[in-house]
Design a protein around this ligand. Structure first.
Ligand code: PMP
Length: 405
């Protein structure tokens, strides 16, 4: 086996006490026979497994790590808050400070509230939208992931039809289908939920058609529905003001998580003035939703991102990676597609319908020290330098050679 002895021993122990050995997106059995299930540490753009093997990281904790693992400024803020307490009897002042910074950074935000995960954030958006409108139906794109909770889960087991009785599906980037879904919802439409781009697993990414984004905004205005932008995956990597800010399309509510606190457990909902009373009317909370350490990490992360270096850096290194991979694939005689924004890379091979080739390539890459995924988008961080990208490319070139012929 290519897997190390510590990895294999941990897998065996995990099988006894964790069903399936692991669950959810972190379960490597779902996508690879070569990726380690367990990781021991991370530093900058590198992660190290339990057998001491270090990988150049192109997953960044599946998105949260936007400044790099153990970013010194964020770590200092975490330790400083930890010294004073994390889970206290009242909210830490850092919640107010971070809410102020979010409102100052995000043009569509007149207020902010905090939670733990992306699923909390999207679910809270839906609750607020229903409270505000008194309606029930939600427009959600086919195949779109908004979290692992019954109202939007993409997997059927344990989910009832009733859980999703008020979902009406539309096709991403197809305004006519969204309008038809709105017509089907009739006068019971609460919200239109949409991601900044189409980033469903196991398919090429698809940027939003600006006309579609503007059309959804107009549809929401016409019907009185709340426009919810699920910025959980794209947020704080593409544009600090929100991922549709460059298009000039502003949502009524936004769901945030992942990169918001550089890897600490935090989610947020931001929204417009008109929804402030609806927020006050609902009861949403959690034991750890206002824990102070992740909020301090969020404040430090956004403060760093606002210096204006990290996002342009990721755009530059992402372009370098994309160009390098394109040249390598061509040199090895492969036809590949690279889709979505360069900061969130996605690579597929033409004709590879069953993902066999891309899986073999991803396994060859991880064996050579580059951690990436065969059919979920990857993530760049600000810790990746041009030299790191070149080191990644040296290994991916070998991976292309390994799967040739
Ligand atoms: N929305 C989107 C677009 C996501 O990518 C994710 C997580 N992959 C979620 C919601 C759910 O976030 P979480 O896993 O933190 O609950």
């Amino acid at each position: 086996s290519v897997l190390g002895e510590h990895e294999l021993a941990l897998r065996e122990r995990a099988r006894q006490v964790i069903p399936g050995g692991m669950y959810g997106h972190m379960s490597v059995q779902a996508f690879s026979s070569a990726h380690p299930q367990f990781m021991a540490s991370g530093d900058g753009c590198r992660v190290t497994d339990t057998d001491g093997r270090t990988y150049l990281d192109l997953m960044c904790g599946w998105g949260p790590v936007v400044l790099g693992h153990r970013h010194p400024g964020v770590t200092a803020a975490i330790l400083d808050q930890l010294e004073r307490g994390d889970c206290l009897d009242g909210t830490s002042p850092v919640a107010v400070e971070f809410a102020e910074l979010l409102v100052d950074t995000i043009p569509s935000a007149d207020w902010a509230m905090f939670c733990k995960n992306g699923s909390d954030a999207t679910t809270t958006c839906v609750t607020i939208a229903r409270a505000a409108t008194g309606k029930r139906k939600l427009l959600v794109a086919h195949g779109a992931y908004h979290g692992a909770v019954p109202w939007c889960s993409l997997r059927g087991s344990g989910v009832t039809a009733e859980d999703q009785a008020h979902l009406v599906r539309y096709e991403y980037n197809d305004l006519a289908s969204a309008e038809a879904a709105a017509a089907e919802a009739g006068d019971d439409l609460a919200a239109i939920v949409v991601c900044p781009m189409r980033h469903d697993i196991k398919r090429d990414q698809e940027l939003v058609d600006p006309a579609f984004a503007r059309g959804l905004r107009a549809l929401a205005d016409r019907t009185g529905a709340v426009l919810v932008l699920d910025d959980v995956r794209c947020g704080f990597r593409l544009d600090l003001g929100g991922s549709w800010e460059p298009l000039g399309v502003r949502p009524d509510l936004s769901a945030w998580s992942k990169a918001i606190a550089n890897g600490q457990a935090l989610g947020a909902v931001t929204g417009i003035e008109a929804l402030r009373d609806a927020v006050r009317s609902v009861y949403v909370t959690g034991s750890f939703w206002t824990a102070a350490v992740p909020l301090a990490a969020g404040l430090a992360t956004l403060t760093e991102l606002r210096k204006g270096v990290a996002l342009p850096d990721m755009a530059r290194t992402g372009a370098r990676l994309r160009e390098g991979l394109a040249a390598q694939a061509a040199a090895h005689g492969f036809e590949i597609r690279q889709t979505g924004p360069v900061q969130m890379p996605m690579l597929s091979f033409a004709g590879d319908e069953d993902f066999r080739l891309v899986t073999a390539w991803a396994e060859a890459a991880v064996e050579r020290g580059v951690y990436l995924h065969p059919w979920h988008n990857w993530f760049l961080s600000a810790a990746h330098t041009d030299a790191d990208i070149d080191a990644i490319l040296a290994r991916t070139d070998e991976a292309f050679a390994a799967v040739q012929g």
